[in-house]
Design a protein around this ligand. Structure first.
Ligand SMILES: C[S@@+](CC[C@H](N)C(=O)[O-])C[C@H]1O[C@@H](n2cnc3c(N)ncnc32)[C@H](O)[C@@H]1O
Length: 283
């Protein structure tokens, strides 16, 4: 017999060598193994685990000790206002990406008096975190969520059903290639932007995430180059392009925006005060 409290201590000891958040990871994994929330775990810390619960928890701890991200073990990650289903077919949504949602919503609110039917694209939608969050907030907007991965689109569609969003069209597309004739007021994208030989790819959660969601050529800018170059022909007059990028890519991305003929270019900082999202407008 082992109590919840003891299971948490044992799990923490096992994970301490491989996770910066061993205590938190254990609590989430135990919650998942027991299908109970953290308040319940605290209130029942002296209760004993059943044999089945113990086996389940131990298998989660073992997977985590090999580096597997907690989000893939439990199958979801919170983003904006919802819990998104995730699998190794999609990037785990990051908190800094919520800045893209925030900026798109602010822009949508500013456009509302002049645009009756807002059209928004989320390029490289992955789990659908951005598109589904926007669709949920902007029930009257038409949203296109595109990705080159059919497996990712399957997950994004499932997430839109979970949230009850009915205003998203999912398109299998290599950036704009299947979007001929589509025009938008706002395009948002969190594309792959890690350099192919970046050593971080061999560390932490990145080892388990799809490479096609992470890397973009020698300098990490290949996908951003493609999107920025072609965005203008898919934006209405005074349309907006928002692109997430690495903290040290701001200068390069602003130059790409300027070279593509976009105006009112500026870069927004994330919660750590790092350059994270660059915005530009069609003249
Ligand atoms: C960094 S992930 C972003 C996922 C999600 N939007 C998010 O913020 O969590 C980049 C996404 O771009 C997609 N992608 C990569 N290359 C692409 C391409 N050529 N055309 C369209 N999507 C692509 C990947 O499949 C992946 O889902």
């Amino acid at each position: 017999m082992i109590s919840l409290q003891d299971a948490l201590v044992n799990g923490r000891v096992t994970l301490e060598h491989c996770s910066d958040s061993a205590k938190h990871d254990c609590e989430i994994l135990l919650s998942h193994a027991l299908s109970k929330n953290s308040a319940w775990l605290i209130a029942h810390s002296d209760s004993a685990l059943t044999g089945e619960q113990k086996t389940r928890f131990q298998s989660y701890i073992e997977r985590r000790s090999k580096g597997e991200p907690v989000a893939y073990i439990i199958g979801h990650r919170a983003f904006w206002k919802h819990n998104f289903h995730v699998s190794p077919d999609v990037l785990i949504p990051r908190p800094e990406t919520e800045l893209l949602v925030e900026l798109a919503l602010e822009t949508a609110a500013n456009l509302a008096p002049t645009v009756s039917q807002l059209k928004i694209a989320d390029l490289g939608t992955g789990s659908g975190a951005i598109a589904v969050s926007l669709a949920n907030e902007l029930a009257h907007a038409d949203i296109v969520a595109a990705d080159a991965s059919e497996a990712a689109l399957t997950i994004a569609r499932a997430n839109s059903r979970l949230v009850g969003a009915t205003n998203i069209e999912f398109v299998l597309s290599d950036w704009f290639s299947s979007l001929a004739g589509y025009c938008f007021n706002i395009i948002v994208s969190n594309p792959p932007y890690v350099a192919e030989k970046d050593p971080h790819l061999e560390q932490g959660d990145l080892r388990f995430e799809p490479r096609c969601a992470l890397t973009a050529g020698a300098d990490g800018l290949n996908d951003i180059r493609q999107i920025v170059k072609n965005a203008k022909q898919h934006l209405f007059k005074n349309g907006y392009l928002f692109i997430e990028h690495a903290y040290d890519q701001g200068d390069a991305v602003r130059t790409l925006f300027a070279d593509a003929g976009l105006c009112n270019i500026n870069t927004h900082h994330d919660l750590l005060s790092l350059e994270r999202v660059t915005c530009g407008q069609t003249p």
